[in-house]
Design a protein around this ligand. Structure first.
Ligand code: CTP
Length: 694
């Protein structure tokens, strides 16, 4: 996900500097181009040679190159980078950055930086807790930098407490999250209003309100993180917008906000109106400061135009509009009125009766009210509330399925575009090199092996995740891991990815030593790790083919079955034959059983005739999906013990709830009846379908 991103990695003089090498490797592995800048003192802890070898670029440390006198331009670096990460950041560097003490190349680069800056502090616990460090951290946050808080644990001083550099994996995750959390808004253009407006009385006085803009800014940040292009029309606030995908337009009055917002709306997919727009402005604005007189003064007010109502009138069929209502009394009644009057798709209600909600504070408690839905949320930070609101919005788009941006896979490889993650945090303290090598080898094995004779175009590759969690590991190379496998297919004409298979394999035991080559030979299944991987790969390819053409995946599914049969002698219970085991063997054995043919046919109907049609004609698409429930029911009746039927309902349920957020009563009944028979534990989700008003 960091492919092609240009990153400046700043390293300072801390014991944790050795971790910068791991961080650098991870960034390079993610496809980032990394330029290292070190402070002179950092060289005492890690050599520039190590970092230049890993980054493939010379490391910058001094203002001038000692050999040829060339200037290492911090200004150019500031313009070149998409992000800067300072890890580890010592107390001294934090202090210099917070106060502009530019006595080394790292700090000058920071001061010239145009891109977002991530700072991961590392120091002893008392230094970290010291008020001066904490104040510097707060100052740096206030400048819009992203602080990756130090972790707690054993420190170099052998004391225990907060001050450890966050693990490199988590630093990379924070950067990836920043650039794109789930990308469910990729390609979307989102317009947001935020903050108060000031209505001038004279050159030095205005009518305003207490809005801080924090809620709207948090929404803008969240939308950008999820892949949207954001236009943020901001009233007078003292907040920063570090994300590069946010285009900010600063305004002061309601009239200026009106012009900027109405002008931008036609090219946007959605507008989220969180600004506290003044309803009135002084009818006359004095050009000179109004002088005090003995008599009282009356300011005549003139109504401002309602931005939300104007956009509600302009809104096209494929555009969405979200409003806010801050109420002191009769919250729900007022919010519902505004929803209808302004033609909003949903409104976010917060009431000042709730403690911790509303202006100025960092928390909020909201209720999201749609035309026929209401969801109450508990008190949360505004950042968390922003996530809830944006998720609600993303679901609206999912229902619409009108995302017009085709998705393109980016990884190099053959049939699969797989992300492999090996999480070894449970067995920390062991040799991390082994885990790193295993993760790399697995990614290479899955992505680079040619699994079929077919030619796959870049955009046809199947996006999937293999997430291993190491439960136990011994020095002789024996592993016990759990494995979550998930595969998706894109929905035609959209960037929405629909899950075609998701399963958690609770335990895979195998042996792996550094530099072992991962190989799989179909004729001799003798390695439990590669057999398991090959099994899932063929299963995913087969299921993907089943979604493309009716029963299209037989060839690959049979390969999976053969592996499961040949693996019986490997002594792994997850291969054990016998129905009702809900293990690897039973999944493929059930799926290929004649009685389950309706389920295989369903894969085609649901995805090609259902989801792929929805963006053109939602009713027709949903009709095809409803017919799939008859197929599911038939398979369930003919083979009630089959685990796959239930598994399918589990990983599809959120999507199903969205598909049926608008439907007829008959459709509702079919879906709810079939699913509650097959998987009664889904009753909460099914209630959501039942409660939808059509
Ligand atoms: N809004 C707007 N333009 C205005 C006034 C309000 O876009 N001139 C938007 C707000 O950003 C918010 C929604 O309309 O999303 C509701 O704002 P609110 O001030 O609660 O609504 P009003 O219609 O002004 O009602 P009230 O009488 O409660 O102030």
């Amino acid at each position: 996900m960091l492919k092609g991103k240009k990153i400046v990695l700043g390293v300072t003089g801390s014991i944790a500097a050795y971790k910068a090498a791991m961080l650098l490797r991870l960034l390079v592995k993610e496809g980032a181009e990394v330029q290292v800048v070190m402070t002179p003192f950092a060289k005492e802890f890690i050599t520039p040679l190590t970092l230049s070898t890993l980054s493939g670029r010379p490391v910058f440390c001094d203002f001038f190159n000692a050999s040829d006198g060339a200037w290492n331009s911090h200004v150019e670096l500031g313009l070149w980078a998409d992000a800067m990460i300072i890890a580890p950041a010592t107390a001294s560097t934090l202090g210099k950055m917070a106060n502009g003490v530019a006595d080394n190349l790292l700090v000058t680069t920071y001061l010239s930086m145009k891109a977002p800056v991530f700072i991961a502090p590392a120091m002893d616990l008392d230094m970290y807790a010291h008020p001066s460090t904490q104040r510097n951290v707060e100052i740096l946050k206030g400048y819009g930098n992203i602080i990756i808080e130090a972790a707690s644990g054993e420190l170099a001083s052998h004391l225990n407490g907060k001050g450890r550099l966050e693990e490199p994996e988590n630093i990379v995750k924070a950067v990836k999250d920043f650039f794109c959390v789930s990308c469910d808004l990729k390609g979307r253009k989102v317009l947001i209003t935020a903050g108060p407006t000031y209505e001038k009385i004279d050159p030095v006085r205005f009518i305003g309100n207490y809005s801080s803009g924090k809620m709207g800014f948090a929404i803008a940040e969240e939308c950008a993180r999820r892949g949207a292009d954001v236009t943020l029309v901001a009233g007078p606030v003292s907040l920063v917008t570090p994300h590069p995908s946010i285009n900010r337009i600063d305004v002061e009055s309601a009239n200026e906000m009106y012009d900027a917002t109405v002008g931008a709306f036609p090219s946007c997919d959605v507008a989220i109106l969180s600004a506290a727009v003044a309803d009135y402005r002084p009818a006359n604005q004095a050009s000179e400061k109004i002088k005090r007189t003995a008599s009282d003064m009356i300011i005549e007010l003139q109504a401002n135009r309602d931005i939300a109502a104007t956009l509600g009138g302009m809104k096209a069929e494929n555009q969405r509009l979200v409003g806010f209502a801050l109420e002191t009394n009769n919250g729900e009644i007022n919010a519902n009125e505004k929803l209808a009057k302004k033609n909003l798709d949903f409104i976010v209600l917060n009431t000042l009766e709730d403690k911790g909600a509303g202006f100025a504070c960092d928390t909020n408690k909201v209720t999201i009210i749609g035309k026929d839905s209401k969801t109450e949320y508990p008190l949360k930070s505004k950042k968390e509330v922003a996530k809830d609101i944006v998720s609600h919005l993303a679901k609206l788009f999912l229902v619409l399925l009108v995302m017009l941006v085709p998705i393109t896979a980016s990884a190099e490889g053959e049939e699969l575009n797989a992300t492999v993650t090996l999480n070894a945090s449970k067995v920390q303290g062991s040799d991390t090199e082994v885990f790193e090598q295993l993760e790399n080898s697995l990614a290479e094995f899955i992505n680079n092996r040619k699994w079929t004779a077919n030619t796959y175009e870049e955009e046809e590759r199947i996006t999937c995740n293999f997430t291993f969690v190491v439960n136990s590991y011994a020095n002789d190379g024996s592993f016990d891991c759990s494995l979550m496998v998930q595969a998706t297919r894109p929905v035609y004409g959209s960037s929405y990815l629909s899950t075609i298979f998701k399963y958690e394999d609770k335990s895979i035991k195998f042996r792996y030593q550094p530099f072992d080559r991962l190989e799989f030979v179909e004729e001799s299944v003798d390695n439990n790790l590669t057999a398991t991987i090959a099994f899932y790969v063929y299963l995913i390819i087969g299921m993907d083919m089943d979604t493309m053409g009716e029963l299209g995946g037989s060839e690959w599914l049979n390969k999976s079955l053969t592996i499961a049969q040949n693996a019986q002698n490997l002594g792994d219970v997850n291969w054990k034959m016998g129905s009702g085991n809900s293990n690897r063997y039973s999944i493929i054995d059930d799926y290929l059983n004649g009685a389950m043919e309706p389920v295989r046919k369903l894969m085609y109907k649901y995805h090609r005739l259902g989801l792929d049609t929805m963006y053109k004609n939602a009713d027709n698409g949903r009709k095809a999906i409803t017919e799939c429930f008859e197929l599911l029911k038939k398979a369930y009746e003919d083979r009630p013990m089959a685990y796959f039927t239930k598994l399918f309902t589990e990983y599809k349920i959120d999507e199903i709830v969205n598909v049926y957020s608008k439907c007829t009563d008959e459709e509702k009944k079919i879906v709810v009846d079939v699913l509650s028979d097959i998987n009664p534990s889904l009753y909460k989700e099914l209630e959501k379908i039942t409660k939808n008003n059509n």
